[in-house]
Design a protein around this ligand. Sequence first.
Ligand SMILES: Nc1ncnc2c1ncn2[C@@H]1O[C@H](COP(=O)(O)OP(=O)(O)OP(=O)(O)O)[C@@H](O)[C@H]1O
Ligand SMILES: [Mg+2]
Length: 263
Amino acid sequence: MTTTLATLRGLSVSYRREGAQTFALRDVDLDIATGGRLAIIGESGSGKSTLALALAGLLPPEASLAGTIDWPGLDHVPVAGRDIGMVFQDPGSSLNPVLTIGEQVSEGAVRHLRLGRATARQRALDLLARVRIPQPQAALAAYPHQFSGGQRQRIAIACAIAASPRLLIADEATSALDMIVQAEITELLDTLVREDGMSLVFITHDIALAAKLADRIAVFRDATLVEVGPARQVLARPSQDYTRSLIATHIDFSAPRLIDERA
Ligand SMILES: Nc1ncnc2c1ncn2[C@@H]1O[C@H](COP(=O)(O)OP(=O)(O)OP(=O)(O)O)[C@@H](O)[C@H]1O
Ligand SMILES: [Mg+2]
């Protein structure tokens, strides 16, 4: 049986710009299934990151929000960092250059799980091993600049899951990486989500990635949710021309083959 983690109803987010109200999201109805993997696709500026921030309760103060986000799958309003882990495109923006990896990975566990220093350190070690950082013991005392981009993203993922969140939100988490590293990070996300039973919401421009990782796909255009459904259906039989054109821009890559395999 599918249970629902979060329910968005009539969700609108707007900003005041030069005296006028502009919508970053307009009247969005969307359900997020417990343990589900939802891909969010759509052109630049269509409201994808705004949706991620709204879910995590991290919208900036200047945003006006209307509508509701309910969490029937939780018994409390989720806290970002504890119930919701976030991974962004640029791990540099989530990792602090002057703190050690050990300090950063254990931070969420110390703050949210109230672990003591020694236990948190052990947890950081376990997390670094889980995201497959080589020599995790040595990594604890190292700084972000000593790692490659792909390794930094692995460390950012370790930070995001440190407090065992129920929902992991990845906003273009693989976009800045080369293709091989992208595939490795995708595989890592896939494994972590499966092992921990986390729900995953991930934003991507990469239709092939959505085909690989998602069980549902939501398509945004100009602040509006234009289409949502099972990944296979949205990719193989999109109901909107807009979705068709998004898929068509990837047609020379692996998306058609992936669609065929799943159809
Ligand atoms: N803090 C803000 N103040 C004013 N406008 C904002 C703010 N944040 C986002 N917007 C506007 O909201 C709209 C949606 O932005 P959002 O970042 O959600 O798009 P996106 O789909 O994530 O785009 P991209 O693919 O480029 O990351 C854009 O028009 C953007 O300019
Ligand atoms: Mg964005």
